[in-house]
Design a protein around this ligand. Structure first.
Ligand code: ADP
Length: 270
């Protein structure tokens, strides 16, 4: 009986090991597919501005004796180059976030400063559209995290709120601390997002309206970056929205992330 019991145990352990191994392989295959998709998407996205720049350069050459046309094409080339630069910047940012340990050493972060910096960097675009950005909620909230990544995340949300709102609209940024969580909400009264699209907007390169997004300099990577920053902090980002009425994006982050979220429990002490 003893031998039988041992054999059953061995079989159970082996089965469990095989299951874990199979899960690891599925996960590896899934990650590989994601990486492959990303490369295909990146190549496709880069081709658009590069193609436009090439065409504009050729047209400019043909119009060499028309200074007014040359000036016009030069302006469009600058806009395309800026778009390309933003795209490359975001691709690098996202690639960096996809690597484990992207958060680096954790530090005490001032949420007020994060919000102030994020809003500050969106002011120029907001001013051009006469959009007012109000900051409210609790002050003095602190959390463990990566200051720069949190600024990037909040800034992406504020930039979107401004981009997808009409002239003269209001955008609000609110901070709330409840229990172990810090919530940063960005509220707009812009075009909104339908229920079906709400699930998709966090996907890489997904845009509800590619033409509109392109016109505002969007890359389709902003929300994907926000999602990664939230997940790396052990938190999440959610959206509430009604088409025609506006959207609210909420970052919900633990004040002190669970150590297991980082794999290395000693990182917080580094
Ligand atoms: P983009 O660079 O195109 O803004 P994002 O990843 O930041 O890319 O957003 C993905 C898409 O989600 C946008 O193209 C837009 O259609 C939609 N979206 C994001 N934020 C808002 C918002 N505040 N209001 C309405 N639509 C939004």
């Amino acid at each position: 009986r003893g031998t039988q019991l041992v054999q059953v145990r061995v079989a159970q352990v082996t089965a469990r090991h095989l299951l874990v191994l199979a899960e690891d392989m599925t996960q590896a295959r899934r990650l590989e597919a994601i990486r492959r998709d990303f490369v295909v998407n990146v190549s496709h996205e880069l081709k658009t501005p590069v193609g436009a720049l090439t065409l504009l350069a050729e047209t400019t050459e043909d119009a060499a004796d028309d200074p007014e046309a040359v000036r016009r094409f030069a302006g469009r080339m600058q806009a395309e180059a800026q778009r390309l630069s933003a795209l490359v910047h975001e691709i690098i940012e996202l690639s960096r976030l996809q690597v484990a340990g992207a958060l680096g050493p954790l530090a005490m972060v001032d949420v007020d400063r994060v919000v102030a910096e994020a809003v500050d960097r969106s002011r120029t675009t907001a001013a051009a559209k006469q959009v007012r950005i109000d900051v409210g909620g609790e002050s003095g909230v602190q959390m463990f995290g990566n200051h720069d990544l949190l600024v990037t995340a909040v800034r992406n949300l504020v930039d979107n709120a401004v981009a997808y709102s009409g002239e003269g609209a209001h955008v609000g940024v609110g901070v709330r601390a409840s229990g172990d969580l810090v919530e940063i909400a960005v509220v707009d009264e812009g075009i909104g997002i339908s229920a079906a699209e709400q699930e998709r907007v966090f996907e890489r390169f997904y845009r509800v309206d590619p033409a509109r997004s392109r016109a505002t300099g969007g890359t389709g990577l902003g929300l994907s970056i926000v999602k990664h920053v939230a997940a790396d902090h052990g938190g999440e980002v959610t959206v509430w929205s009604q088409p025609g009425r506006g959207s609210t994006f909420t970052l919900r982050l633990p004040r002190v992330p669970a150590t297991e979220a980082y794999g290395a429990g000693d990182r917080a002490q580094e």
